[in-house]
Design a protein around this ligand. Structure first.
Ligand code: 1GP
Length: 270
């Protein structure tokens, strides 16, 4: 059991608030081949991302999640080897954790470094509150994947994640509700709280909601959805996000250098 070993390295890494705001990259296995996912992950690593999340709200299964995780891990290992031969590659951080961000119990991989073991706190569906977690726990335990307990709250507009999760969205400006979810997440013992606007959202989680959550709990805050430029990323960081996650921006460019440039700009303001 992870707890009994006394080691929960990824939880410690993700919860280290002394690092300031860090950037994470979401790779959705439904959106590209594992090879392309690995190239995008390496471009993100070169730009300074500090975490790779693998998951999506639909179209993921054991097969595409596992092959995507394996391809990314292998690519990072290759960079590690190559950087020992070539000084020009030494600036690329290859020891980035690859963490599952699953839609449910049937989109897992034993090759991942950890899993955000999450409750979709504002879902109306017991499946996302506890059902998928109970289905997935034996697999996670058997595979020895480190669980990082996380409260997940979807805010307006919510996108596909909001629809699939049958969510009662936290509406823009509803700071009291954001604060209450933050308090509840902390009271329930979650290590992290994730405020999500939905992948590809036209509007990200508002800074007022982020700030309300930040002021209501001491656990690290992850914010994602609709962040595709440096000013939105900075707004989230200034509101108190410990992690800013982007996904779509990495898929908007075909060329690894372009991805690296776009992400470097965004990361430089955090
Ligand atoms: C992760 O859903 C986000 O929380 C990713 O959102 O695709 O809009 O960057 P984008």
């Amino acid at each position: 059991m992870v707890e009994q070993s006394g080691l929960a390295p990824i939880r410690e890494y993700m919860c280290d608030r002394s690092q300031g705001t860090r950037h994470g990259t979401l790779i959705d296995p439904a959106d590209q081949t594992p090879e392309v996912a690995a190239k995008r992950a390496i471009a993100a690593a070169s730009a300074g991302t500090k975490l790779i999340l693998v998951g999506g709200s639909s179209g993921t299964d054991m097969e595409n999640v596992h092959s995507t995780v394996v391809a990314i891990k292998e690519a990072l290992e290759l960079v590690e080897w190559a950087s020992s031969q070539d000084a020009a590659l030494q600036s690329i951080n290859h020891s980035i954790p690859v963490v599952l961000f699953p839609q449910g119990a049937s989109a897992l991989s034993p090759a991942a470094d950890a899993i955000t073991f999450m409750m979709l706190m504002n879902s109306n569906d017991p499946r996302f509150l506890i059902g998928e977690q109970v289905r997935g726990a034996p697999y996670v335990r058997k595979a020895g994947i480190e669980p990082v307990p996380m409260g997940y709250v979807i805010c307006s507009p919510g996108g596909k994640a909001g629809q699939v999760g049958n969510v009662d969205l936290v509406e823009s400006g509803d700071v009291d509700r954001a604060a209450a979810y933050a308090m509840a997440a902390e009271c329930m013992g979650f290590s992290l709280l994730y405020l999500e606007a939905g992948s590809g959202a036209k509007t990200p989680v508002g800074q007022d909601l982020i700030r309300a959550a930040r002021e209501s709990c001491d656990i690290p805050l992850i914010v994602g959805g609709g962040i595709r430029d440096s000013s939105t990323a900075k707004d989230a960081a200034d509101g108190g996000a410990d992690w800013v996650i982007t996904g779509t921006i990495t898929e908007e460019y075909d060329d690894a250098d372009e991805i690296q440039r776009a992400l470097s700009d965004l990361i430089s303001v955090l």
